[in-house]
Design a protein around this ligand. Structure first.
Ligand code: 5RP
Length: 293
């Protein structure tokens, strides 16, 4: 292992220079993957915009019934026209989502913690690769706790998922969790996103932060930004706009959609930013109009 003393701080991110190994495939860092991987990634990332709108409703895997997600069977059909990817657990997907929905699936495969524990960082891989194949998952989502108590087991989970995914051409999405000891700084996110990409994750879900363009620049696979706690709609749309304009290839929002008074209008407004080049002000105006439809 390299001696940590005297390490220079990374600073030359060249944010203005596009990723140099893109070839003709639209998903960052995936040009050399095989047909099956590329097919799944193209189901997730629109080949035209290169971006994606994911809807995260996997909260039940550690929170149980959550405000806004009480009736997945009623909520999800309202949102389907506006999202590209459904991110959920196999229990929610198999019971509440029609298999003819034609949306990409980000299957939550790690689990093992609950809100009743103080420490959420110890998880296992709960879904076999065979079930991901049966469900035609387009990626497997694995929680990673870099710098937290459960780091070793979560990176083991991630690596197992990547190894199995490579055998059957199913991408893995590393979901960066912020442990209790960690702060939401660009220093942390640069370390965590790069570490997870170097382990072989094909997509990284993380949070927006200061110097986000540098986080994106140093990460050789696409980043999608998590929503986090519920914000007023205009602020959530500003978060979405900043993320996309600073290099994220998508949003994976949960509470900022399903806890909005108008979840479908919110998802549609986010879509305008992600795929149609709207800025946050235009998207908020669109949201307000859509609420009155
Ligand atoms: C948990 C997750 C959830 O999917 C995530 O929290 C997304 O939901 P929200 O936008 O409500 O934070 O990845 O780690």
């Amino acid at each position: 292992m390299a001696d940590k003393d005297g390490l220079k701080v990374a600073k030359d991110y060249r944010v203005e220079v596009p990723f140099a190994n893109q070839g003709d495939f639209h998903v960052k860092g995936s040009n050399h993957l095989d047909w099956g991987m590329k097919k799944h990634l193209s189901n997730i990332f629109d080949p035209k915009s290169g971006n994606t709108v994911m809807f995260a409703f996997d909260h039940g895997y550690f929170m149980g019934s959550t405000a806004g997600l009480e009736r997945l069977d009623l909520l999800i059909p309202q949102l389907l026209p506006h999202v590209d990817v459904l991110m959920g657990t196999r229990g929610a997907l198999r019971t509440c989502v029609s298999p003819d929905c034609r949306k990409a699936i980000a299957l939550r495969t790690s689990s093992g913690s609950s809100m009743l524990n103080d420490d959420l960082s110890h998880e296992v891989i709960a879904v076999d690769i065979e079930d991901a194949i049966r469900m035609n998952a387009d990626c497997m989502a694995v929680q990673t706790f870099v710098g937290a108590d459960g780091q070793l087991s979560s990176l083991d989970n991630l690596s197992r998922s990547i190894n199995a995914g490579l055998r059957y051409s199913i991408p893995t999405m590393g979901v960066i969790a912020v442990g209790k000891q960690m702060e939401r700084t660009d220093r942390f996110f640069k370390l965590a996103t790069r570490l997870v990409a170097e382990l072989g994750a094909n997509i990284i879900k993380t949070y927006y932060c200061e110097n986000f363009e540098e986080v994106v620049s140093a990460c050789p696979v696409p980043i999608v930004v998590a929503g986090g706690k519920k914000l007023p709609e205009d602020e959530a749309l500003t978060l979405a706009y900043r993320s996309i304009s600073e290099g994220a290839r998508g949003l994976d929002m949960g509470r900022n959609i399903f806890q909005s008074e108008h979840p479908a209008a919110m998802a549609e407004a986010i879509r305008k930013i992600v795929h149609e080049g709207f800025n946050d002000r235009e998207a908020y105006e669109f949201y307000q109009d859509a609420c009155h439809r």
